[in-house]
Design a protein around this ligand. Structure first.
Ligand code: ADP
Ligand code: MG
Length: 380
């Protein structure tokens, strides 16, 4: 697992980032991006681009690969990390880098600092890369666009996590403060505490109180129309005051999901069996799916965040939670366009095409890769 060497970030020039961004954009339609396409998107002379590409490969931000029909470049995990970090830095969300504090199943977790030196938590989502579950389904579902799918899945996973964290926070569920997100990265407050998995010593009343609080959280979320879906001792932090804080949201599902009852009962049973195992505590009292009063549905707020229904479906399939239609027709197009706009806006902000900002607004239909090339040509 490559360690994030943030000092490299300092040595990268505007041109390096321009080429890196060009490869990211090219990957929306190409598994491997040929140097000539990179040069044209980045609007750099092809002589200059070759040296930049070579150096980016040396720094392992890009890799050069031989394809069936042509050779080209693709972003590495590290390359994608740097693009996101640079954006998070320029937004002022992150300004220093600390240690890695966790390697989850589908993420890397770091401590970072903001401008005020306040420690925060950075989660890098990693999906669709190595996958042992449902490999066949995934391959069918994402069809030929396998390369682009890790970018897409990791990005929508972060997007979903941020949206749910915010919606839950707004409704009083104890979760970290969502601070910022970009691409596959989420910045949130650092929880002062330990995962429940590391807690061994609690008094009898503390055990009972914590059990009740956790079951209440499952019910409160259920009443909001959502199920955590992975409510176990690794995704529950316990603060220094002994209060639970819930983390890890990419797999959350609606109480309207066809398997909602199964997910709900699985979450409840996770807590019951953990308390039995760890604290030898059993209670007659535990919530049932039928007893939920589903009052408020978070759907509206979630879709307002830009996390679309299609992304929700794609993500659950990509995570192996749902089965996709195996028609091989991947629905990345719409969201790809939105991502292209996002990328273009970042380029605009970096004043690579300053004029563009005032002249017109982008709409998804404007932005295919050719449109992106043209816009960059016109305005840079
Ligand atoms: P994954 O989806 O890979 O399981 P998690 O969000 O569960 O990732 O995070 C993995 C681990 O990182 C957690 O078990 C916890 O120890 C740590 N962690 C995650 N978020 C925070 C946070 N906001 N504050 C402190 N530690 C965290
Ligand atoms: Mg987790």
């Amino acid at each position: 697992m490559g360690k994030l060497n943030v000092t490299v970030l300092r040595y990268l020039t505007k041109e390096d980032f321009r080429v890196l961004t060009a490869i990211e954009m090219g990957m929306k339609n190409h598994e491997l991006v040929p140097a000539s396409l990179a040069a044209s998107i980045a609007n750099l002379r092809s002589g200059g681009v070759h040296k930049l590409l070579r150096d980016l490969c040396k720094n392992r931000l890009l890799s050069y690969e031989r394809g069936k029909r042509y050779d080209g470049y693709r972003l590495t995990n590290m390359g994608y990390d740097y693009l996101a970090l640079k954006t998070l830095c320029s937004k002022g969300a992150v300004s220093s880098f600390g240690n890695q504090i966790g390697v989850g199943k589908e993420s890397n977790i770091y401590i970072v600092g903001n401008d005020e030196g306040e420690p925060l938590c950075l989660k890098l989502h990693r999906l669709g890369r190595i996958c042992f579950r449902n490999i066949k389904e995934k391959r069918d579902y994402h069809g030929k666009r396998h390369q682009a799918s890790w970018l897409y899945l990791s990005r929508i996973s972060a997007m979903k996590e941020f949206a749910y964290m915010k919606a839950l926070k707004d409704r009083g569920i104890p979760v970290p403060n969502p601070i910022e997100h970009n691409r596959h990265c989420v910045v949130m407050s650092l929880v002062d505490g330990h995962p429940l998995s590391k807690i061994y010593e609690l008094s009898g009343t503390e055990v009972e109180t914590l059990y009740d609080e956790l079951m209440n959280l499952i019910v409160q979320m259920g009443n909001l129309g959502v199920i955590h879906g992975d409510f176990n001792e690794f995704n529950i932090m316990v603060s220094s005051e002994g209060k639970p804080i819930v983390i890890d949201f990419p797999q959350m599902v609606s109480t309207n999901h066809v398997n909602a009852q199964m997910f709900f009962e699985r979450d409840v049973n996770c807590i019951r069996s953990f308390f039995k195992r760890r604290f030898d505590y059993e209670s007659e009292l535990y919530p049932t799916f039928d007893s939920l009063k589903r009052e408020d549905v978070m759907d509206v707020e979630i879709s307002a965040s830009g996390f679309t229904k299609q992304m929700a479906v794609d993500l659950l399939v990509g995570m192996g939670i749902d089965e996709g239609q195996s028609d091989g027709d991947c629905s990345e197009n719409e969201s790809d366009d939105e991502n292209a706009i996002e990328t273009l806006k970042e380029l605009v902000e970096e004043s690579l095409c300053e004029q563009f900002k005032s002249d017109r607004e982008l709409s998804p239909s404007d932005v295919g890769i050719t449109a992106a090339q043209k816009l960059l040509k016109d305005f840079s």
